[in-house]
Design a protein around this ligand. Structure first.
Ligand code: GLP
Length: 241
C-alpha cells in the first residue's frame, strides 16, 4: 500500500484528482468506480477545474458508483444520483448514459441488486475505484458485520451511519434506513483502489482499517489484501499511523 500524506483537505483532493486524471489520460475509455460523501467533493471540484481548462476529457469514461439509498428518487437532493449529477457529472463532458448507480426506486431488492451486478459485469471491470471511509470502517455501505458480503446487496444501515446521515435531513423519519451497495468482492476486483480520508475524526478508523486485523467488523480492513491500494489523507487523518 502507498500512503500519501497531504498537508490539508485541498492538497488531499488535488493529489487524488491527479491519480484519477492519470488514469483517464492513460486509458480514455476507463471505468471509474466513484464514491459519495463529503470527502470526495474537493476531488470532484479539482477534476471539474481541469476539465474546464481543457486538460481532461471524460467523453470515453464510464462510471459505476458504489451505492444508493433505497427509496430515494434521483431528483431527491439527498439521493446519491442527485449528489453525483450536481457535484460532478453536470460539470464535465461525461455521457450521462454511461454513469451508473443502483436504482434506489426499485422496491424489489433482489432485482435491483441483480441488475446492478449485471451492469458491473458487462462494464469490463473497474480500473480505478475511489473510496471514502465511514467512521465505523464501512466502504460503500458495506457495514460492519459477521462476514464480507460479496456482490451488490441491500443493507440495513447501522444506527451510527443513520445518525451520521441525519444532519442532511430535516425530519429524522426521512433518513433512509436501507441502501443498495456493491459488495466487497466487487470493490476488491477493481484494478486499483484509491482511498481518501480527511479530518481528525477518521484517525482511529484509518489506523484500525489499514494496520489492524482483517475482519468484517472493520470492512475496510479487507483492503490490506489488495495489491494496488493508495491511501491519500490529510495530516490529521493520518496522525495515528
Ligand atoms: C457514506 C457513503 C460512503 C462514504 C461515507 C463517508 O456512508 N456511503 O461511501 O465513504 O459516507 O462519508 P464522508 O466522506 O462524508 O465522511
Amino acid at each position: 500500500m502507498k500512503i500519501i500524506s497531504a498537508k490539508d483537505y485541498y492538497y488531499m483532493s488535488r493529489m487524488a484528482a491527479n491519480i484519477i486524471s492519470a488514469q483517464i489520460i492513460m486509458k480514455p475509455h476507463c471505468v471509474l468506480g466513484l464514491a459519495t460523501g463529503s470527502t470526495p467533493i474537493g476531488t470532484y471540484k479539482q477534476l471539474i477545474h481541469w476539465h474546464k481548462k481543457g486538460d481532461l476529457d471524460f467523453s470515453g469514461v464510464t462510471s459505476i458508483n458504489l451505492d444508493e439509498y433505497k427509496g430515494l428518487s434521483p431528483d431527491n437532493d439527498q439521493s446519491y444520483r442527485y449528489f453525483m449529477n450536481h457535484n460532478f457529472f453536470y460539470h464535465i463532458n461525461i455521457n450521462l448514459k454511461n454513469t451508473y448507480l443502483p436504482n434506489g426506486l426499485e422496491k424489489d431488492s433482489e432485482k435491483a441488486c441483480k441488475d446492478y451486478n449485471h451492469i458491473i459485469q458487462t462494464s469490463g471491470g473497474v480500473d480505478l475505484q475511489l473510496l471514502g471511509l465511514g467512521l465505523n470502517g464501512h466502504i460503500g455501505f458495506n457495514e460492519p458485520g459477521e462476514a464480507f458480503e460479496k456482490q451488490t446487496h441491500c443493507v440495513n444501515l447501522t444506527p451510527s451511519t443513520i445518525d451520521a446521515n441525519s444532519r442532511f435531513f430535516e425530519n429524522p423519519d426521512d433518513v433512509p434506513k436501507q441502501a443498495y451497495t456493491v459488495g466487497i468482492k466487487t470493490i476488491m476486483q477493481a484494478k486499483k483502489i484509491l482511498v481518501i480520508v480527511n479530518g481528525a475524526n477518521k484517525a482511529d478508523i484509518v489506523k484500525a482499517a489499514f494496520f489492524g486485523p482483517i475482519t468484517p467488523s472493520v470492512p475496510a480492513s479487507v483492503l490490506q489484501l489488495h495489491n494496488d491500494v493508495t491511501l491519500v489523507g490529510d495530516e490529521t487523518a493520518l496522525a495515528k499511523l
